[in-house]
Design a protein around this ligand. Structure first.
Ligand SMILES: [Zn+2]
Length: 275
C-alpha cells in the first residue's frame, strides 16, 4: 500500500497585502516530497471525495496548471477500501510510478485534516498560495474558503454523474443510430452516437476518455448524448438540425433525390427516426 501525507509549509507574509499570510500545502508520497509546486487546494480537496474524479494536483500561482508545466490530470477511483490515483504517463508530477493505491481511511485522514486546517487558518488570515490569485480583499475570510470548496464539490459531482451515466448506458448508447426522412426519402447519412463517441478515444472502462469528454469542446457531444438517452426526441431533433445547418450539408449529400424546396425549409421539415 502507498502512503500519502499532506503537510503545511511555513507561512510567509504576503507582499501584496501585509495583513495576510501565505502558505503552501506539501504532498509527500511514500516518504518522498513532491517538491514545492503550488498545491491545487480547492480542486484536490473537493475532488478527493468522489469515486470518479480527476484533478490537477498542482497548479501555477496564476491559477493555470499548464503554465507551471502540469499538462494532464490525475485520475482518481475509489473502490472498496482503496483510493487509486493514476498519474499521466508523462512525468509532470515527479511521481515514481503511474498507479498509487492508498488505504481509504488513511487517505481521508489526510484530506479531511487538510480541509479542517485550511478553514481554521483562514479565520486567522492565513491562506494557501493557490487560493489568493482570485481573492479580493473582501474574500479574505473563512466563509469564502468554505463557499469555494462547496462550489468545487458541485463541479466534481457533475463530472462524476456524467461518468456514471456513460458507464451505465454505454452499450445502449453505442448501438443507437438515427436517420432523417423527408417525403419518404431516407437520408444517406446515419448519425450514430458511437461515431461521435469514437472521436474521443474511449477505452473499455472509459477511463482514458474521461477527461477529453468533459473538455469544453465536447459540450456538443454531452448534450447530444444526454438528449438522445433521455428520450427527448424533439430536443434531439432540434439539436441535430442545428448541427446540419452548421455543417452546411448540401441536399445532394443527404438525399438521392433533389427537392424543390429551400435548404432551410427542408431542414425544418425533416423527420428524425431511430433505426
Ligand atoms: Zn502562471
Amino acid at each position: 500500500m502507498d502512503k500519502i501525507k499532506i503537510s503545511f509549509s511555513k507561512p510567509i507574509e504576503s507582499q501584496k497585502n501585509p495583513s495576510i499570510f501565505i502558505y503552501n500545502l506539501l504532498v509527500n508520497l511514500n516518504e518522498k516530497d513532491m517538491g514545492s509546486a503550488v498545491f491545487n487546494t480547492f480542486s484536490v480537496l473537493s475532488a478527493a471525495q468522489f469515486k470518479y474524479s480527476e484533478f490537477f494536483l498542482f497548479t501555477c500561482s496564476c491559477g493555470t496548471p499548464q503554465c507551471a508545466g502540469f499538462h494532464d490530470v490525475i485520475q482518481q477511483k475509489i473502490i472498496n477500501n482503496h483510493v487509486y490515483w493514476y498519474f499521466p504517463k508523462e512525468n509532470y508530477y515527479k511521481n515514481k510510478k503511474i498507479e498509487y493505491v492508498f488505504d481509504k481511511s488513511e487517505f481521508f485522514n489526510e484530506i479531511n485534516h487538510a480541509k479542517e486546517m485550511i478553514l481554521e487558518l483562514a479565520k486567522k488570515n492565513f491562506f494557501a498560495e493557490s487560493m489568493i490569485e482570485n481573492m479580493s480583499d473582501e474574500d479574505m475570510n473563512s466563509i469564502y474558503v468554505s463557499k469555494k470548496l462547496q462550489e468545487m464539490y458541485v463541479h466534481y459531482q457533475s463530472g462524476e454523474n456524467f461518468y456514471l451515466f456513460l458507464q451505465n448506458n454505454a452499450n445502449s448508447l453505442l448501438n443507437k443510430k438515427f436517420i432523417f426522412e423527408y417525403e419518404n426519402q431516407i437520408s444517406k447519412i446515419e448519425y450514430s452516437i458511437e461515431g461521435l463517441l469514437s472521436k474521443f478515444s474511449l477505452t473499455p472502462d472509459y477511463h482514458a476518455g474521461f477527461s477529453k469528454i468533459k473538455q469544453k469542446n465536447s459540450l456538443f457531444l454531452i448534450k447530444y448524448v444526454n438528449l438522445a438517452m433521455n428520450g427527448k426526441a424533439e430536443g434531439f431533433k432540434k439539436f441535430l438540425k442545428k448541427y446540419l445547418k452548421k455543417e452546411q450539408l448540401s441536399l445532394s449529400e443527404m438525399f438521392d433525390d433533389s427537392f424543390d424546396i429551400s435548404y432551410d425549409l427542408m431542414i425544418e421539415n425533416l423527420t428524425l427516426k431511430e433505426l
